[in-house]
Design a protein. Structure first.
Length: 629
């Protein structure tokens, strides 16, 4: 077939030569163009970059017939109203080139913000009188002021949440505003070119005294960025996913809410070493995943900077050690990064309600005496503290706290334990387990239950999620979960951590009624609305509520799971706590049957058989329960 196509092609060429030969002496007269033949060159740029110090730019115009002086009317289409145009362009006799001066004020940032290129169309006279078939009578282009940028070099852009990938990026600095940086095309290497994808990300290091979203900046090194369209279209919700600065939301308009969007380190050349972004991954009109309190979500590493390895890979609490002299210590293990040592890593025991960041700052400033820590076994004095406590671990660099990690525990050696054990009851989890397993079924297991001595009806499940953590083969689950049944007709589980992380952040749970109170509802109102649970005959149950999903179907839920964001949970309507005196032999036997860790683990990992990445399947399953704003 290829030979035949070539043959016919050559035959056509031969025929063409023959036809030309036959016509070379005929009487055909070729037409010539009439009129002034004014035109725009084909070489004109489609994008005009304006000078910020100029007030006019000229558009060259040419003509073929240069015999006499002429004036050609022009028409301009510009909906922006920030440019000025003449009504005509003139040529002197013998002149073949002229220009159209377009006026503007390049210093006017209101009308000419950087990188806003506006569409302009200019047409010459009427086609019959002035134009030529051999050139353009219309010139359509974009004009604007480019940001004044200087290439710094090639760095790294890491998205650890959505794309879970890193790309090499060119980084530019604004020469007029050295606190502004542009990171070029970070997403294409991660996921390919997508519709609407931002060609670059702009980050600005805020300065004290600046005001943004009505908040006056008082801290150094906070970072701002405008909306970033990742280009990723979420087919379930029918919207693109953006990285949004937390201040876009009124509930997050404070410096405290922006604390994780910051410069992590500076270089000797005055440039950042690393910038961390903690965005809200958001789908406008739908909802999203709030990452504003996370560390390491998006990392921008500048050229020639080698980050310090301050990772705290393992930080556990093993118990309390009392030595012969009566000294009491919290003990455990920690695995630290290569740049951590006893010279820059410290731990201290403080009350559980103390702000870890404030404690860390005080340790870094030398205001709190802390114990040096290295990889391996740690032993931190408890002192006179008693009750609910926490170990705060701090990595310090140049007098600043760079890494803060905590682990909670209880110690009642200096005071009376306010909790009394009631024995072994049954807890049915419909919050965590169904979201991480293929079957999505609730899980019932035995737990120790305690009651508060000072508040009758305030129960707590001891190490509530330890059996789940064991079944999943992960550390943790050792937090006690309190269940408030002081009013048997208004029972709730308040928002509290469960001490477990299945790969997407520390987990916390809350029942639906408690969540309503958390966001401002009064107890009596929430109770009257039927959103709280009940305690009857030793069994605590919680009501289900309905919500319409994006596909139009209705689903029921009882609770919420908070990890890196919030998710609806309890879709089986099965969250339940059976107090020890109400446990029946049949229920106990059924719970024992579910306690087989091997079977349970298979339920978790089965999606790996049909998916390239098990974690992607689990993450997609969790995201389908997105907590909408």
């Amino acid at each position: 077939m290829k030979l035949n196509k070539l043959f016919f092609g050559l035959l056509g060429i031969a025929t063409l030569f023959a036809a030309c030969k036959e016509n070379e002496d005929d009487d055909y007269k070729w037409a010539t163009a009439a009129g002034e033949q004014v035109y725009f060159s084909n070489d004109l740029a489609s994008k005009v970059e304006l000078d910020t110090n100029a007030v006019v730019f000229n558009i060259p115009v040419k003509r073929i017939n240069s015999g006499g002086a002429i004036t050609v009317p022009i028409q301009c289409v510009d909906t922006f109203g920030v440019f000025t145009y003449p009504t005509s362009v003139s040529f002197d006799a013998g002149q073949t080139e002229s220009s159209i001066p377009v006026g503007y004020n390049g210093k006017d940032r209101k009308n000419f913000p950087y990188d806003k290129f506006m569409d302009i169309t200019i047409s010459l006279g009427d086609s019959a009188t002035h134009s030529t078939p051999y050139g353009n009578s219309t010139y359509a282009f974009k004009a604007g002021v480019p940001a004044p940028l200087k290439l710094i070099g090639t760095g790294k852009f890491l998205d650890a949440f959505w794309f879970e990938a890193e790309s090499d990026v060119e980084i530019y600095q604004n020469t007029l505003n050295p606190n502004e940086f542009r990171i070029m095309d970070p997403f294409t290497p991660m996921y390919g070119k997508l519709d609407g994808q931002e060609p670059y990300v702009t980050v600005t290091v805020l300065q004290p005294g600046q005001t943004i979203y009505g908040v006056t900046i008082t801290q150094k090194d906070l970072v701002y960025y405008p909306d970033i369209n990742t280009g990723y279209y979420h087919s379930t919700y029918g919207a693109n996913i953006y990285m949004v600065f937390p201040g876009r939301f009124t509930s997050l308009q404070s410096e405290a809410a922006w604390a994780h969007n910051k410069v992590l380190s500076w270089q000797d050349n005055g440039l950042p070493g690393q910038i961390q972004l903690a965005p809200y991954y958001y789908m406008f009109g739908v909802g999203g995943w709030n990452q504003s309190s996370g560390d390491g979500v998006v990392m921008i590493t500048f050229p020639d900077y080698v980050p310090k390895d301050y990772a705290v890979n393992l930080f556990s609490y093993a118990g309390v050690l009392t030595e012969a002299d009566g000294s009491v210590y919290a003990v455990g293990e920690t695995e630290l990064g290569a740049d951590c040592s006893a010279e820059n890593t410290f731990a201290v025991v403080v009350p559980a309600d103390a702000d870890p960041d404030a404690v860390a700052d005080a340790v870094a400033a030398g205001e709190i005496e802390a114990t040096p820590v290295e990889t391996g076994y740690y032993k931190v004095p408890i002192g006179e503290e008693t009750g609910k406590l926490q170990v705060v671990l701090v990595v310090v660099e140049n007098g600043e706290a760079k890494v803060v990690e905590t682990v909670g525990f209880e110690y009642w050696g200096g005071g009376e334990n306010p909790w009394t054990s009631l024995g072994i009851g049954l807890y049915t989890d419909d919050i965590v387990v169904p979201m991480y397993t293929e079957e999505g079924a609730p899980y019932t297991y035995e737990v120790e239950i305690e009651e508060n001595n000072d508040t009758p009806g305030l129960y707590r499940i001891v190490k509530a999620y330890k059996p789940v953590a064991d079944a999943f083969g992960v550390e943790g689950g050792e937090e006690n979960v309190e269940v408030n049944a002081a009013d048997p007709e208004g029972v709730f589980i308040d928002l509290q951590p469960i001490g477990m992380d299945l790969g997407y952040g520390p987990q916390s749970i809350v029942t639906w009624g408690a969540y309503q109170m958390l966001i401002g509802g009064a107890f009596d109102e929430v109770k009257a609305a039927g959103m709280l649970g009940t305690l009857k005959d030793g069994v605590i149950t919680f009501p289900a509520f309905e919500r319409k999903k994006s596909d139009g179907t209705t689903a029921i839920y009882q609770a919420l799971l908070f990890e890196d964001s919030g998710y609806y949970a309890g879709s089986n309507g099965a969250v339940k706590l059976v107090l020890p005196d109400a446990v029946t032999p049949a229920a106990k036997k059924k719970a024992a049957a579910q306690r087989k860790a091997a079977d349970f683990a298979r339920r978790l990992y089965r999606p790996a058989k049909t998916a390239v990445n098990k974690n992607q399947v689990i993450k997609a399953k969790i995201r389908s329960h997105l907590l909408l704003d």
